[in-house]
Design a protein around this ligand. Structure first.
Ligand code: FE2
Length: 227
């Protein structure tokens, strides 16, 4: 079925109308699969930087957050979890690859026994299994994360910049990031480069690395102490 073109405002209003019933992966997947965003309505949310990919908030409420991510050649996320979120991603421009991982074990597994988040993180030995690679290009199917497949890395493909739209439920402020070489993980605070079209992330702060990696990390010890 051909996707109907809608503006960003209409898209998020329709998304909000789904909140009267339980939000499931398939309900939002159907919603997204029937629409695509008018590129002109996205322009104010698009910010490309050579030193980092950018996360740009379009809209959020207690149930959903919707953002545009802008990618330049060579940019990628670290391997990360989604803190139990459901997520939907459509590529509007260019091409991305999603590399999925499965947690096999670690030496801090008891840190998953925590209320309100997926894990405190803080492992110094861990095993992740690299699984399938999902290629995502403009006009292609919607990619999802769910509670069973929650760990992945997103990598720009090719030499053209890319734009992807991400919907998450519910919004989160941090996630677990993984370093497979060091076999460690830690919690990472997430941030936006812009909110509602206005740049909010100080580029000087951002200079330390790509996207969320530029934001100071919360050591697991501090999280345990509730700081
Ligand atoms: Fe992700």
């Amino acid at each position: 079925m051909a996707r109907r073109e809608v503006g960003a405002d209409e898209f998020v209003a329709g998304l909000a109308s789904l909140e009267g019933s339980p939000v499931t992966r398939d309900r939002v997947l159907d919603y997204c699969s029937e629409r695509h965003l008018d590129p002109h309505s996205l322009e104010r949310y698009l910010h490309f930087r050579p030193d980092m990919y950018t996360r740009n908030l379009i809209w959020a409420d207690p149930i959903f957050e919707v953002m545009a991510l802008c990618w330049m050649p060579g940019q990628r996320t670290v391997i990360h979890s989604h803190n139990g979120q459901l997520g939907w991603m459509s590529v509007e421009r260019g091409a991305l690859a999603v590399i999925n991982y499965k947690w096999l074990g670690c030496n801090a597994a008891d840190n998953q026994n925590v209320s309100g988040m997926d894990c405190l993180a803080g492992a110094t030995e861990l095993d992740l299994e690299r699984r399938e690679v999902v290629e995502c290009a403009a006009g292609g199917p919607i990619a999802t994360v769910d509670k069973l497949q929650t760990i992945h890395q997103v990598v720009l493909q090719g030499k053209e910049p890319a734009v992807s739209i991400h919907i998450y439920s519910r919004p989160i402020e941090s996630c677990v990031a993984y370093d497979l070489k060091q076999r460690t993980c830690w919690r990472r605070t997430l941030s936006f480069y812009s909110r509602y079209g206005e740049v909010v992330l100080d580029p000087a702060v951002a200079a330390g690395g790509p996207g969320p990696a530029s934001v100071p990390l919360i050591p697991a010890e501090r999280l345990r102490r509730g700081q």
